[in-house]
Design a protein around this ligand. Structure first.
Ligand SMILES: [Zn+2]
Length: 333
């Protein structure tokens, strides 16, 4: 008999749970042990129980976790083959995604604020700042925040203004009402206190400022299709929660935001995630971190499977209006 959590839902504060996926194993094999996801019976968001301790979270991330442009610039002395492949991956996959997200934010901003042409923007969970570069190209004055200080050991070649701090803390190094826009790309699912992040966002935004976030949605067709093989589930214990659309809208409303919309994020990015759900071993960690030939072959196969998964994601996200990744836009009231 599995004991139900006594903890609050990070999104709606309900305490009524049912087991969702039990004994989940880290897809990267980096963190040992098994992890249990429970589903909130009020808003249907999913959450790990028990939540790992805050001070342990940084240890869950391998040195090579997310895609980094440094891989394309030879700073880690990778082989010429890996450099060529990672450069190709950046140009054909990551850069088009980042540019489309940046253009979308600019379009929404311009629709709402015609007078301010160079709004000040903070990217929370910015990593080494690849999205910041795309946002900067659209004319935003961009600053970044990330909680992984080890990234400073390999400083970004992009000359970007990045601070290292926990987004949930009240000690962030900016005064109240500093930013016009705050973005958080795939951050909220990694934090143990979603409300604390939204509190920081609200404090740092100017009145009427916009908050944009991308996040995997547990009530999507993709999540229902893949079940416990969905890569956002097997990202435990780095993924601590996965909201439903209802949960996400509720938490925004209760934390003082209004006009919340959740649309489909980049289909290309979702297709990449679907391909990774098919081939979990084709991860960046395996390919660019450890130089395993079999992982490289899997990643190439995963890249070619994008042709299939893109069509699947287009159907589920656009035609059936059930995106696996939500693109959240909300306004400080
Ligand atoms: Zn809930």
């Amino acid at each position: 008999m599995v004991k139900s959590p006594a903890a609050e839902c990070l999104y709606c504060r309900s305490k009524t749970w049912k087991p969702l996926y039990l004994e989940v194993i880290d897809r990267l094999g980096f963190v040992s042990g098994t992890w249990d996801f429970f589903q909130c019976q009020t808003c249907q968001s999913a959450q790990l129980f028990p939540l790992p301790l805050q001070e342990k979270l940084a240890n869950f991330y391998p040195p090579v976790y997310s895609f980094s442009k440094q891989l394309t610039e030879g700073s880690q002395k990778k082989s010429m083959l890996l450099n060529t492949l990672s450069n190709l991956e950046y140009r054909c996959y990551y850069r088009p995604i980042y540019r489309s997200q940046a253009r979308r934010i600019k379009k929404t901003w311009k629709k709402n604020h015609k007078s301010n042409d160079n709004p000040r923007l903070l990217d929370m969970g910015c990593g080494r700042g690849l999205r910041m570069q795309a946002l900067s190209e659209e004319g935003f004055k961009v600053e970044g925040l990330d909680f992984q200080p080890h990234l400073t050991e390999q400083p970004s070649p992009l000359e970007l203004n990045i601070q290292y701090a926990d987004a949930t803390t009240t000690q962030l190094p900016w005064p109240d009402q500093t930013f016009d826009i705050i973005t958080a790309f795939f951050l909220l699912e990694h934090v143990p206190d979603v409300r604390a992040v939204l509190r920081s966002v609200r404090r740092l935004l100017k009145p009427g400022g916009l908050f944009f976030a991308t996040i995997p949605l547990i009530d999507s067709l993709q999540a229902k299709w893949w079940k416990d093989r969905w890569i956002h589930i097997t990202e435990a214990p780095r993924h601590l929660s996965l909201p439903s659309r209802k949960g996400l809208k509720l938490v925004c409303k209760t934390m003082g935001f209004q006009e919340t919309t959740i649309q489909a994020d980049s289909i290309l990015e979702e297709a990449g995630v679907a391909a990774s759900s098919l081939l979990p071993q084709a991860s960046i960690t395996d390919v660019y971190g450890n130089r395993k030939v079999t992982s490289l072959m899997r990643r190439l196969f995963g890249a070619s499977s994008l042709l299939i998964t893109f069509n699947f994601c287009f159907l589920t996200s656009i035609l059936f209006r059930s995106p696996g990744h939500g693109f959240l836009c909300t306004r400080k009231s």
